[in-house]
Design a protein around this ligand. Structure first.
Ligand code: HEC
Length: 146
């Protein structure tokens, strides 16, 4: 009887571990505990990033390289997330800085495009834009808020 109870207990413990592992597998991102009153502002800030990215692509679609650079410089500048910083782990903040640097680098590339862009100018600009969006993607794969 005692053995049976021990086996049953072991089964319960193993089932618990298995479901924890399954949960970790389902969402392996690091959870950031943001105070509930800051969460909406954090997500609104992120939606602003999405707007900026879309505005950049829209300017590029119109061959407006200077306009695209301007959006990157004014809307994706570092420090615009002030207020959340102290709740964010160092690795998160470094990824954020990487994104801002990529935005500045895109702006530099796009600003240098001449009035009559060649195929290589388009290619370089799109490559720099992709480096920027890779930073969005990288952080989204690594972190979530709760
Ligand atoms: C340093 C990390 C980081 C970077 C860089 C980053 N994000 Fe986010 N973003 C997050 C986290 C964390 C969330 C919340 C995800 C969750 O909890 O599931 C988020 C959420 C979002 C959301 C959802 C907002 C909502 O209302 O639910 C959008 C849209 C978004 N990000 C766009 C972007 C875009 C576009 C970029 C790049 C220009 C970007 N983000 C760069 C970390 C980042």
């Amino acid at each position: 009887m005692r053995l049976f109870r021990r086996l049953a207990l072991t089964a319960v413990v193993l089932a618990g571990l298995a479901s924890e592992l399954a949960a970790a597998e389902a969402d392996p991102r690091t959870a950031i505990a943001l105070p509930a009153d800051l969460r909406p502002a954090f997500l609104a800030h992120m939606r602003h990033h999405m707007d900026a990215l879309d505005d950049i692509i829209a300017r590029l679609a119109g061959a407006d390289f200077k306009g695209a650079a301007g959006v990157a410089r004014t809307e994706l500048v570092p420090g615009s997330g002030a207020g959340f910083g102290r709740y964010l782990p160092l690795e998160f903040r470094e990824m954020g800085l990487g994104m801002h640097r990529a935005a500045a680098e895109f702006a530099t590339v796009a600003e240098a495009v001449p009035a009559q862009p060649a195929a290589a100018d388009w290619q370089k600009s799109i490559a720099a834009l992709q480096t920027l969006s890779a930073h969005c993607r990288g952080c989204h794969g690594a972190f979530r808020v709760e």
